[in-house]
Ligand binder design. Structure first.
Ligand code: AP5
Length: 220
């Protein structure tokens, strides 16, 4: 089984590329933000706690996030392989993930960092539209749907995220980029970190990610 971690600043393209990995490699797509937004929508205690942090662009506390995400990783659909989108986000989360995987004789096989300069990320979030049924990701300019407001894949309405306002996006950058550096260092030390240039068009980023996974598999 393969575990792939996608790393990158908010808006770097993790969700976009995770959808590709899900389809191409048959990996379960586990997105920490989607888990939290579902909890917020359901009004659960976790959702109420998470909402306080997400609305300010802050990270949800490690203890809550680790419990929620590792529960999801333990579900049957993730046992044959998973792409992790948005987790781990701190050094503590990375350590907790390693421990949980080791207990099951698994490990992070690939950590792929999608690099995009901060100044390009605010525009990405402002133009983002998400499919309300399954989270397919669009962008008003870089990746528009065929019909405005409608998902190409399943026809469901497209919506914008509550935390995609310019102020919250800037807060997310300010609060979260330092922790991302810790996670990058963690996987560099373990020898599984690869980087791709996330400024290139979506298809070219996909090709770079695919090439990395295929190369690593061949080299293993
Ligand atoms: P989360 O939902 O994970 O948000 P994020 O990390 O901020 O990442 P995004 O989903 O905003 O961006 P992405 O990298 O997936 O980019 P996308 O593919 O959509 O988290 C939300 C919040 O939950 C956090 O702020 C935090 O509060 C909390 N949280 C989540 N996980 C947590 C954790 N582990 N610990 C603690 N708290 C946590 O692309 C963005 C846009 O750009 C789209 O419109 C897309 O079409 C476009 N695009 C993508 N690639 C390209 C390209 N190559 N060229 C041009 N446009 C592109």
């Amino acid at each position: 089984m393969t575990v792939v971690v996608l790393l990158g600043a908010p808006g770097a393209g993790k969700g976009t590329q995770a959808k590709f990995l899900e389809t191409e490699f048959g990996l379960a797509h586990l997105a920490s933000g989607d888990l939290l937004r579902a909890a917020v929508a359901a009004g659960t205690p976790v959702g109420r706690e998470a909402d306080r942090y997400m609305s300010r662009g802050q990270l949800v506390p490690d203890a809550t996030m680790i419990r929620v995400f590792l529960d999801r990783l333990d579900q049957p659909d993730a046992r044959s392989g998973a792409v992790l989108d948005g987790f781990p986000r701190t050094g503590t989360q990375a350590e907790a993930l390693d421990e949980a995987l080791t207990e099951h004789g698994r490990r992070v096989d690939h950590a792929i960092l999608i690099e995009v300069p901060v100044e390009d990320l605010v525009a990405r979030a402002a133009g983002r539209w998400i499919c309300s049924a399954a989270g397919h990701v669009y962008h008003a300019i870089a990746h528009p749907p065929r019909v405005v407001g409608v998902c190409d894949v399943d026809g469901s309405p497209l919506v914008q995220r509550a935390d995609d306002t310019a102020d919250t996006v800037r807060a997310r950058m300010a609060q979260q980029l330092g922790a991302l550096e810790d996670v990058v260092r963690h996987y560099r030390r373990r020898g599984v970190l690869r980087t791709v240039d996330g400024l290139r068009p979506i298809r070219e980023v996909t090709e770079a990610v695919r090439a990395q996974l295929v190369f690593d598999r061949g080299a293993a």
